[in-house]
Design a protein around this ligand. Sequence first.
Ligand code: ADP
Ligand code: ZN
Length: 730
Amino acid sequence: MTQGFFDDGSLIAVLTAQPLDRALDYRAPPGGCHLGAYVEVPLGPRRVLGVVWGPGEGGYDLAKVRPVTRVLDVAPMRDEMRAFLMRAADYTLTPLPAMLRLATRAPGLGGSEAMRKVYRLGAGAPDRMTDARGRVLAVLNDYGGLAFTLGELSAQASVSTSVIKGLVKQGAVLEEDAPRDAPFARMDADLPGKELTGDQIGAAAHLRAAVAGGGYGATLLKGVTGSGKTEVYLEAVAECLARGRQALVLLPEIALTAEFLTRVEQRFGARPAEWHSGVTMTERRRAWKMVGQGGAQMVVGARSALFLPFRDLGLIVVDEEHDSAYKQEDGAHYNARDMAVLRASLCSAQVVLASATPSLESWANAEAGKYARLDLSARFGAADLPEMRAIDMRAEDLLANRWISPTLRAAVAARLAAGEQAMLFLNRRGYAPVTICRACGHQIGCDQCDARMVEHRFLKQLVCHQCGETRPIPQTCPSCGVAGRLAPVGPGVERLAEEVTALFPDARVAVLSSDLFASARALKEQIGVIAAGGADIIIGTQLVAKGHNFPLLTLVGVIDADLGLQGSDLRAAERTFQLMRQVAGRAGRADRPGQALLQSFQPDHPVIRAILSGDEEGFWRAEAAERRAAGVPPYGRMAGIVLSGPDLKAVFDIGTRLARGDAALRAIGAQVFGPAPAPVARIRGRHRVRLLVKADKAAPLQAALRDWVAQLRLPANMRLQIDIDPQSFY
Ligand code: ADP
Ligand code: ZN
């Protein structure tokens, strides 16, 4: 064997994405294979995808070892990527095959190259020239030799496809089969960006120099919404591309990508590769392959883009780094922000964490000097941060089942009169969070979960937000059978829309809530319509807090600023602070000053006061001091363990046994809390019991956790899930 190559017939270990606890041994195929090669191997009666992970282990009947079926025609996995998957698996206590699954989520990788028809200029002359034919030939001439698909060409030349087919018959246009997975259009890093101003200049220079240095480094880029963070990190992207390395920009939400892609295209003259759930399977496979071969210079994507097989990744930007969407909470539990830092450190890349309201984790890392910190203080152009005020709901006259105070109502009316937009924010989907029977007091709950059913009037259904279970809205109480006494309690965005329509009958009202849109495309369209002035009042959930640009919007009213402060979540204060500031940041982006009004029953609450005063550093210092005193993240370490199963007592017994056998944890000074019913004690018919482990920041928590749970033999119907650095407690 030469370095990293296995000769024909040698024993190799192949890791597959199948739920096995280790790599399996195979024989290298004729012609041999590289370490990291993607291969197809027989597994029982099936053939599965795998990666050559190292030399085989042997130690059993070698005659039974089967050969690799074939080596796939894709670039082998790089050492850096294997190291990343192993480190990420170790950190998150995720089995390696599950990590590999994240890294191979492109369809048909093993399939033979799918071909498609493309069209380019031919040598023949058409028998007769028409306007339409002339346009086709002109387009092909203009693009000198470039191939088009039929759809692209007919759109570009504004002709029907039959015109093109006619030209093919006469040899004036050539029809060819070409591989589908073509490289992405070249992006030009030398095109000029916008002229930077003020803080932007220094920040961009810092990032450019960091990228040019070629090593690992992390930077927190902080600035209010509209201060030009995107403009600044695109400079880092430019530097990265100019050096021939690849750049990855992660966005928390795919509805944000359309606007962003347009911006990137304007900046670099071509569109980057996209990677998220809204991309077609063919395009996913193309992106995956081109990233590996270097045919994609830049990727814009959701958190899973972090697991693409980059050939030479030089920069990762995590935009809106505080966003909880970066935490994946099913399957492998990982936080893409943390994994981005890990990946960057392994491949000598720069990582930029951008946010107007950073997570306390990143703030603390910057304080400790682990990350550089760049601040953009002013908003670009004339736009100022909105004026923020609380509306003291204790002093407002409100009728029952109304949520818009007279003060807020007057403010909205004033904006409408001025021809501006107003937004009302309420982080609750549906019509009403609770449906109660006025005869017996029964609240309609989900049969499968310990959760209330939420009325969605638009869908004409009750929906469980835990498991997705739906059922028609009943006429009679399922508990006492009395008819006509079921009543909605509390507001959701749909109910708020009803109130708004009654108060402002002439206003055009748009509701932005993820459940009201059939597709990401429909949502994007609606966002575009609103941005262009197609609505007067926007009612939105959390969805609207995430960076959409509504230039006409000058007033944001928060219906219930206290909502996030309830509950025992360790991040409740941080979340509320971030969300309120993000939402408020929507107002007054262009040349019109904005205002944010927060309806609150506790305007003197320290978090509300911090939001209003704008003393961010003060808020963070206070929050940091509290967490430090309590020894919780980011100053201590935590892991959440959820045990679940159909039988409550059995689940509790296992939890108790686990809690008692905590020698491995005690050895590192960690404490175990629980077992206790999880905040959502039943989901999909499975009872959930949780334990919480707390340890010092320096303690080797993962190793101890591994030893601790290894002693358990779980019955087949029970599951154990470990969440390192849990974000939410449910
Ligand atoms: P952020 O990412 O911090 O929200 P953006 O980079 O999106 O801010 O900037 C907000 C708006 O201001 C965008 O429309 C952007 O194009 C514009 N902008 C920012 N900086 C400049 C600049 N130096 N020159 C021209 N336009 C700018
Ligand atoms: Zn349910």
